[in-house]
Design a protein around this ligand. Sequence first.
Ligand SMILES: Cc1cc2nc3c(=O)[nH]c(=O)nc-3n(C[C@H](O)[C@H](O)[C@H](O)COP(=O)(O)O)c2cc1C
Ligand SMILES: [Fe+2]
Ligand SMILES: [Fe+2]
Length: 392
Amino acid sequence: MEPRKITEGVFWVGAVDWDRRLFDSLIPLPDGTSYNAYLIKGSSKTALLDTVDPTKTDVLMSALRGVERIDYVVVHHAEQDHSGSLPVVLQKYPEAKAVCNPKCKEFLMDLLHIPEDRIVTVADGETLDLGGKTLEFIFTPWVHWPETVSTFLREEGILFSCDLFGSHLSFPGLYIDDEQRVCDAAKRYYAEVMMPFRAMIKKHLEKLSTYPVKIIAPSHGPLYKDPSCIIGSHLDWVSDRVSNTVIMPYSTMHGSTEMMVDHLAGRLYEKGVKVERFNLAYADTGRITMALVDAAAVVFGSPTVLGGAHPHVISAAFLINALRPKIRYSAIIGSYGWAGKMAEQVTANIGGLKAESLGTVLVKGRPRQDDFKKLDELADAIAAKHKDNGII
Ligand SMILES: Cc1cc2nc3c(=O)[nH]c(=O)nc-3n(C[C@H](O)[C@H](O)[C@H](O)COP(=O)(O)O)c2cc1C
Ligand SMILES: [Fe+2]
Ligand SMILES: [Fe+2]
């Protein structure tokens, strides 16, 4: 891959992973992703900001083939999708030092066995002068790990924000005009890696708003020439606002639980509540996490299987609980044959959600008229809660 010029002396030297289809062995990537690394040439020093996933080291090294000397490799984040090629870069450039914060140093030594004498640490707010190009390090912990740092290139107004504002989107240039497309992809990334740390992200957004940012250059996906749209989206995602939406992750083996889901979804729709239903046998986990960013309620649907909830529902409940979404209300519905602890198991897995339970509807076998009535009542209760609390 050829370096792509951003401004005078500043280049994108990353790798596009068009065919990557799964991140963290969990989240599908319909549009692939990119690992963005940046080269900044000052009049006296040259810095590389991040590297790429170890599977793409050869792409990075080919972009760097004309670069004779690198003085610093700024490591914003020790996760291997950005630090994975660091050992090879440090080997090729024996004079280069990895520049990172103390927490990141520890990770680099543990995860990549980088020798201590190749690392220099910096403090929050410290600057590094490359000769006419000043890097200011801004600590942004929990974007997405505790060590994560952003860099502001003062002279150019470029914010290298690492995972913050990143999107899983393969792209052939530096920028993409379709803002909505990038924001959707960024929502998928935010939902998985940053949503649990929403309160921290909110503080970082406040701090970063004091910088005169002209370009945002994240570590995944396209850069932003106009930062207002992506910052506006993040401000909304981290706010307390929830939308009038219920998400319904469910499993069904013979269709009874699905009949319940269909009925409840229909009634909610009639009441003006949006529904995002996910049959967990086929659902894209990324779409579920995206829906969680602003949904107000969740209704789990599960048959009883081997005495408890369907394993797909337990897995979804566990993930939803861990992602700490803004969900305010929850309910559980499902069909059973004889006996079991389905609802108890789901409940035990969502203890971390600060959600008010609006009830459980369990049906023996295929739902009958009386059961549909109970589902109507549940829909009415959800719609009333949303309305009474100004959720529109
Ligand atoms: C593999 C399997 C295991 C089951 N285990 C239980 C069980 O432990 N307790 C129970 O009450 N019903 C059990 N059932 C019965 C289902 O809960 C019942 O058929 C229910 O109506 C299925 O809902 P569905 O049509 O949404 O799949 C089991 C069914 C299957 C296929
Ligand atoms: Fe990360
Ligand atoms: Fe990343």
